[in-house]
Design a protein. Structure first.
Length: 472
């Protein structure tokens, strides 16, 4: 079995499902190929976890048939440490760009490297914030023009940060090398370096860091060939290639898997047993059924889906349930959809993801179009009829309620209260939680903004009334 998927679902069907989303001439494709080859050669595909934070490689999970985790911007090293300590047999790879690793995630990068725990970091350095619009990165060259340094980076903006040299000075790493991709010889060296960095982890020898000088023809405004030449003549003198640290270290990482048994952990800590989860929920008479309830709230940025999800989770916890709230903003949130998954369970939420939500609350048309088909039969689709005037054909055997969240909020002269109208409609349609408990959570969140409370409570009540009318 190959580490690369045969088809890339992101692009649909046909010829497009065999190509990545990267721009022509981008170095990510070559780095992906070499990383996949190393995973295959070592036979660790089933043990591998690839972490891709925000950046051009944000969609790496569409291409690598391994365990995948999406990390917040710059936080991949911290997530990598969590994976490695929770499952010491995992082969953990943090795949990051220069804006992510060297700027937003610099503290996490340094701290993780100094720990020296065996993980593999692949650092793609193309001298620019590629995905977010071509802004100046910590690795941008002096004189290089970007959207935030239109006259070129000058000395008042600092000089480029040499991450390989910086990491090599730390005690934790055992292997640090910088490679390039601009010709066949350099590509071979890059492939060997990536394979070595992965092997050192598999053998339990320590932390390995490979910096890859990568072409970005799009933001260089050049052809792929000219971008390769620029890497060789402009970047390489500033970022010299070669191994910066290569230690002979005996395998030392032999860590037993941690215990996840609550009673065993409590016994070790000497803590008192926690109260039985769900006891208050059972006493209150509110039942969720045989399994937990999953909900997805989705909309455009500013619709309040994330806040509504947080309120729902807080209210559920206050009512004695176990609840989780997982936000997903994503690179497509502006003009598209961002969403939050919520699970509520009497005993314990076993999976916080809501891939098949029993309830979908859609604040805009892209969210309805994207997630309606994921609601299973018997589920509820609740959408904002003010902005979704033509919902199209929705899946059959689902309960569908159209409630004008936006119009309700506009009538109260508080556009941002549309999410409370949605929660009111949800409460009326499902009775999943007592209205009083949701309002208590709202009051707690707004305790320092008391003037905003009445209009939000009014929006909640109006949402209840509208749902009752729509369902009658």
């Amino acid at each position: 079995m190959s580490t690369f998927y045969d088809h890339f679902e992101r692009h649909g069907k046909g010829l497009a499902d065999h190509v990545t989303h990267y721009c022509p001439g981008c170095g990510h494709g070559l780095a992906h190929r070499d990383l996949a080859a190393a995973i295959d050669e070592l036979g660790v595909q089933d043990r591998t976890v690839l972490i891709s934070p925000v950046g051009c490689s944000v969609f790496a999970y569409y291409y690598f048939d391994v365990g995948n985790t999406q990390a917040a911007h710059g936080r991949a090293p911290a997530v990598a440490i969590g994976h490695k300590l929770a499952n010491p047999e995992a082969v953990v790879i943090s795949y990051q760009g220069d804006g992510d690793l060297a700027s937003i995630g610099l503290a996490e990068t340094i701290s993780t490297a100094q720990m020296g725990i065996p993980i593999t970091v692949i650092f793609i350095n193309n001298g620019i914030y590629g995905m977010t619009g071509g802004q100046m990165a910590p690795t941008t060259l002096v004189g290089q023009k970007t959207t935030t340094s239109p006259e070129g980076r000058d000395l008042t903006m600092g000089k480029p940060l040499r991450m390989a040299e910086l990491i090599a000075q730390l005690d934790g790493p055992v292997y640090v090398e910088r490679v390039a991709l601009y010709d066949a010889r350099q590509r071979l060296r890059a492939r060997k370096a990536i394979a070595k960095a992965l092997r050192l982890q598999v053998e339990g020898r320590g932390y390995a860091f490979v910096e890859v000088l990568s072409e970005c023809p799009t933001h260089l405004k050049s052809t792929p060939g000219a971008a390769e030449a620029w890497i060789k003549t402009q970047m390489e003198p500033v970022f010299p290639l070669g191994a910066k640290k290569d230690c002979e270290v005996e395998p030392w990482f032999h860590r037993p898997a941690p215990s996840f048994d609550p009673e065993a952990v409590l016994a070790l800590s000497g803590a008192e047993p926690a109260r039985e989860r769900g006891s208050e929920a059972r006493a209150s008479g509110h039942r969720l059924g045989a399994r937990d309830r999953s909900l997805k709230l989705a909309g455009a940025g500013g619709d309040g889906a994330q806040t509504a999800a947080l309120l729902l989770a807080r209210a559920a916890i206050a009512d004695g349930f176990d609840a989780t709230h997982i936000p997903s903003y994503g690179p497509e949130s502006r003009g598209g959809t961002s969403y939050a998954d919520v699970h509520i369970a009497v005993d314990e939420v076993l999976n916080p993801s809501a891939a098949e939500p029993e309830v979908l609350i859609a604040f805009n048309a892209p969210s309805l179009a994207r997630f309606a088909s994921s609601v299973p039969e018997g589920g509820l689709i609740l959408y904002d009829s003010t902005v979704i005037t033509e919902p199209g054909r929705l899946p059959e055997n689902r309960r569908v309620l159209a409630v004008p969240f936006t119009a309700i909020a506009a009538g109260l002269k508080q556009p941002m209260a549309k999410n409370l109208a949605a929660l009111g409609a949800l409460q009326e349609a499902t009775g999943i939680l007592p209205a009083a408990r949701i309002l208590e959570a709202l009051r707690e969140v707004l305790k320092y903004k008391a003037t905003a409370l009445p209009v939000n409570e009014a929006a909640f009540a109006a949402g209840q009334a509208a749902a009752a009318l729509a369902g009658s």
